[in-house]
Design a protein around this ligand. Structure first.
Ligand code: IPM
Ligand code: MG
Length: 368
């Protein structure tokens, strides 16, 4: 019997309710397999700050340190609420970035997936979606502007100023490139390298290192794309992409656009992988405006469980079943509120109902 410890950080806003559904799914995985999951809940984000004065408290760090994997809900407050917390303790800067730094989770995988049968969820026309959208954004997650030195102050002219630095060394670029090329080798053998080398020197080094790494993967075709053009291409012809690799900030922005072309950020799970530790989280925020209403879409959180099964526990068949169960619920004509308007012919269901239906489907699936 395998035994895994999972740190469960439900987070803020809709975090607790979508986490609850993800845990239902984990429970079924336990029932169906020779595996036990020891869940270790811990507080993280704004909730942790209000409880302890620290958005990533030591008790949570200890739990995460011990865990085999971390399942993390979205964190954050509304723009107005966030102002009540000192800048450095706001959940993104005070919890999320420190976690990424602590576990060096440099490789962030964000699948952007919509089968043809669910094309009606997307704002794009069916002819653009064709046989479906199926691409993965590989985002470098611990470098660049988000982690560079920052400075704010008053300059010689007496004006307020700010300076943030975008720094990468070749090793940071090389390791994410290897991840991207390895993934591309397993998929369509096509890698879009997203950059801005016509302006940024960081992209010049990025591309140089990419070319050096490419030599080791002769089967993978590389297509270089400027990031701004890639944003347009994602809308006009998303099916041209398979694996896309990019630095931290480009990945932050284009992955949200990925959610946009699917129809909702609620369809965006992710895996954040470091050398010794990985954590799994939705790509979206905590949506405080809809929290506690049982209308949030738990797909991104349940999908993060599927990615955890794949990457941390080597349970490929069950991961596939989880994806299929979720797609199956939609295919049966159900939808959460983010994806369809009332009257669009689908039956609207809430957060809990979606989780229950996924569980039902999963139970019907043949065991691996
Ligand atoms: C994401 C989020 C985070 C990021 C925020 C919450 C700091 O937007 O994971 O995409 O910018 O990386
Ligand atoms: Mg983001």
């Amino acid at each position: 019997m395998k035994h895994y410890k999972i740190a469960v950080l439900a987070g803020d806003g809709i975090g607790p309710e979508i986490t609850k559904e993800a845990l239902k799914v984990l429970k079924v995985i336990e029932e169906r397999n020779d595996v036990t999951f020891e869940l270790m809940p811990a507080s993280f984000g704004a909730c942790a700050y209000f409880e302890t004065g620290n958005a990533f408290p030591q008790a949570t760090i200890d739990i995460c340190d011990q865990a085999d994997a971390i399942l993390k809900g979205p964190i954050g407050l509304s723009h107005e609420e966030a102002k009540k917390i000192p800048i450095d303790q706001q959940p993104e800067r005070g919890a999320l970035l420190p976690m990424r730094r602590r576990y060096n989770t440099y490789a962030n995988f964000r699948p952007v997936f919509l089968p043809k049968s669910l094309a009606h969820f997307s704002p794009l026309k069916p002819e653009i979606i064709g046989e479906g959208i199926d691409l993965i954004i590989v985002r470098e997650l611990v470098g660049g502007l988000y982690f560079g030195e920052k400075e704010m102050g008053i300059n010689d002219k007496g004006l307020r100023y700010v300076r943030e630095t975008l720094e990468y060394d070749e090793e940071q670029i090389r390791r994410i490139m290897h991840e991207a090329f390895k993934l591309a080798s397993k998929r369509r053998k096509l890698l879009h390298n997203i950059h801005k080398s016509n302006v940024l020197k960081s992209s010049v080094l990025w591309n140089e290192v990419m070319e050096e790494v490419a030599v080791e993967y002769p089967d993978v075709q590389v297509v270089n794309f400027l990031v701004d053009a890639a944003a347009t291409a994602l809308c006009l012809k998303p099916t041209q992409f398979d694996v896309m690799v990019m630095e931290n900030m480009f990945g932050d922005i284009l992955s949200d656009q990925g959610g946009g072309i699917l129809g909702s950020l609620g369809l965006m799970p992710s895996a954040c992988i470091g050398p010794d530790k990985a954590y799994y989280e939705p790509s979206h925020g905590s949506a405080p405006d809809i929290a506690g209403k049982n209308i949030a879409n738990p797909y991104s959180m349940i999908g993060s469980v599927a990615m955890m099964l794949e990457n941390s526990f080597d349970m490929m068949a069950e991961a596939k079943n989880v994806w299929e169960a979720m797609q199956g619920v939609f295919a049966d004509g159900y939808s959460t509120a983010d994806l369809s308007k009332p009257g669009s012919g689908v039956t609207m269901i809430g957060t809990e109902q979606f989780g229950d239906k996924v569980v039902e489907k999963l139970r019907e699936m043949p065991k691996a």
